[in-house]
Design a protein around this ligand. Sequence first.
Ligand SMILES: *[C@@H]1O[C@H](CO)[C@@H](O)[C@H](O)[C@H]1NC(C)=O
Length: 433
Amino acid sequence: MKTANWLAASGSSELAAVGVSVSVFNLVSKLFNVPLLNITTSFVAEEQAMADESSDDYHRLSDGFAGEQQTKKLLPSLSTSLALATGIGIAESIALSVGSGFWINLMGISVDSPIRIPAEQFLYLRAFGAPAIVVALAAQGAFRGFKDTKTPLYAIVAGNLLNAFLDPILIFLFDLGIGGAAISTVISEYLIALLLLWKLNDEVLLISPNFDGRKIIQYLKSGGLLIGRTLAVLITMTLATSMAARRGPIPMAGYQICTQVWLTVSLLTDALAIAGQALLARGYSQGDYEQAREVIYMVLQIGVATGVALAVILFVGFGAFSRLFSTDSEVLEIAWSGILFVAGSQPMNAVAFVIDGLYYGVSDFGYAAYSMVFVGIVSSAFILATAPTFGLAGVWTGLFLFMTLRVVAGIWRLGTKGGPWERIWSEAEQLSD
Ligand SMILES: *[C@@H]1O[C@H](CO)[C@@H](O)[C@H](O)[C@H]1NC(C)=O
């Protein structure tokens, strides 16, 4: 297929094709790759903390270079995660390339659509990057567990630079069209994965000499729970979007603007959740429950403060922000009506994300999953019941309810001291007796 004037002539359907494959990738990533990343963070942080605690009886292997004092740590959680990442990545690669037609069907692109062929081609090529993506995410999870957020950032910047450099060469010089864009992305993904593995290899033995089946089971069990949890979130959000779409194109556009802002802003509190997760995992696995409690109080307080600050900023700045997305005054009016929801829900969102980090920090994946399924069912039922009568207001109230119930479920878990929380609080009670 010749796509010489990619940007100029056939721009819109090619771009739409890229958009379709990107959504397929995002879905797969949310369902499988992100849970692996999150679990790796917890397990590596726990193992690292225990290794620091008792570095004597902990297994350290000599690097083998004569004269050098270098030792490499053996972290079974990391080698297991990387092995799983490779396996999952290869499976995704096969499923996405062999089944590219199936996935494009699933996204509702018919056989005679002009998007069809470029979308399939793009997805087919991008599929080869899947192993690199999953391995890079698992490695990123490990760096998070080490509380190192800089290294992954540098690697991602390097990958993006390479991508920006290769894009014009492959697309225009080699006349490869969007195929060139896909190839350039895939090459950059491998660069990121290799850079991260190379940095990890400095300190850690990447391939464990003794294979631990229990670790794999632990990963798969926790992974299954987190996939269930992600599905509960996805179904609730998809339902909300489809109820908004039924109100017609203008409410839908307004809804999109609001949810985009909502999601973009939530990335800030996400960072807090990730930091809280690694800190709590450390205190908890070292048996330092006092430190664990301090982390819990601290991140909850910072969460509330951040949420309130974001709410204020959004109330003030939302107008200017939403005009970036649309100039249609009717759409903007609807977006304005969503400001109450977007800004007002920030404190609740922030606390909900922080609580996610706390669950993950003590590997309370079961409760995180089951409570989310329950909360998702209740909120979805609410949206189904109210949206037909109250329109967008019903959808937004339902989403706010969703975040509120997540917070309630979290506070409930902390308060009733179930599962891993019992240990954290029990020592506090003894002290206060
Ligand atoms: C899990 O990883 C994703 C992707 O980086 C992140 O957005 C999310 O906050 C993580 N969850 C927790 C609780 O750390």
